[in-house]
Design a protein around this ligand. Sequence first.
Ligand SMILES: [Mn+2]
Length: 393
Amino acid sequence: MRFIHTADWHLGKLFGQRYMTEDQAFVLDALVEAVRTYAADAVVIAGDVYDRSVPPAEAVALFGSVLGKIRAAGAEVLFISGNHDSGRRLDFGAEVLAMAGVHVRARLTDDLSPVIIGSAEGPVAFSLIPYLDPIEVRDVFGIRETLSFDEAAALVVEKARAALPGGMPSVAVAHAFLAGGVRTESVRALSVGGSDQISPAHFKDFSYAALGHLHGPQRAGAETIRYAGSPLCYSFDEVRQEKGFELVSIDAAGAVSHAFHALAPRHAVRVVEGMLDDLRAGSDPLPRDDYVLVRLLDTVRPLSAREKLAERYDNIFGIEFPNFKAQAIRSEARTANEGVSDMEKFADFYREATGEAMTEEQRAFFTECVDAMDREARAEKDAREAPEGRASE
Ligand SMILES: [Mn+2]
């Protein structure tokens, strides 16, 4: 069995006020080409197919066309929902799609039986675990006690493991934040205060775990428990990450080998640093149509910097002035706060205001409140962004 492990396509993504649809189509064509080159038996997409619960029409059309191209190239497709997807929408036509070799699990049910995919080396069982939040897990399995993300994941992954047929290798496909992983700006936290982390140990009985959520390719606790990362760069703190997919081979005995394959983007994403006059004079030799964040090192803020930079760059996604005083102070404050969770910030505030530390109970209550607000804000934002008109940009 040889399969391509990919994740976090985020179709319908806005980056620098632009839809990334054409860039995504470009890179996914290269992925389809890889299916042919390596004669892959399957393509596994580990969640966040779309960037939002109601994606723009162009994004849906692109996904449909890519599914067709992968099938035409000879591979079956397996995918799950991520935290950005609407599971109920992504699940559309699941029974019919399965008949055509496209296997989707986007909604949690109590059926966690695997999808068996055949190959020249024998069959492999794929446990497709849709994105799950603890409240949903409690609903589906009738559990009354509150569950942490880790407890919820432990329960569901164990049920998936118990449903494996045995006598063949197995692959778990999941979308989650595994402890020790590296998060970037475009990865939306599942919860506040780090409570969204789950232990890699839950996946140790599978031959391989194909994960999604973190945008940089990385291992998580073991060589065979991996994130493939996103196929494209979706924020400026991802510019140093490699972008591509994992090619995974599993033999009949369950021995796994894997290799990362880079995909070249249509436009490179990069951070440019320099003085405005130097940049205008051509100090940067790289292509003018790259997607750039320009960090101007001038100490005096130049007039109409954007207009002047536009002579040199076609796609300016942002301009920063790190040496401009007021800006420098603000970004320093931001750096000091980096890595501090909302929970810790609020706990500090509470201590200052009352002279006492928060109790465990208060902490839990705060986390619940912020989670609820966060969910509400996301639902509102998704509803606001839903109208199709904006997709034509
Ligand atoms: Mn995600």
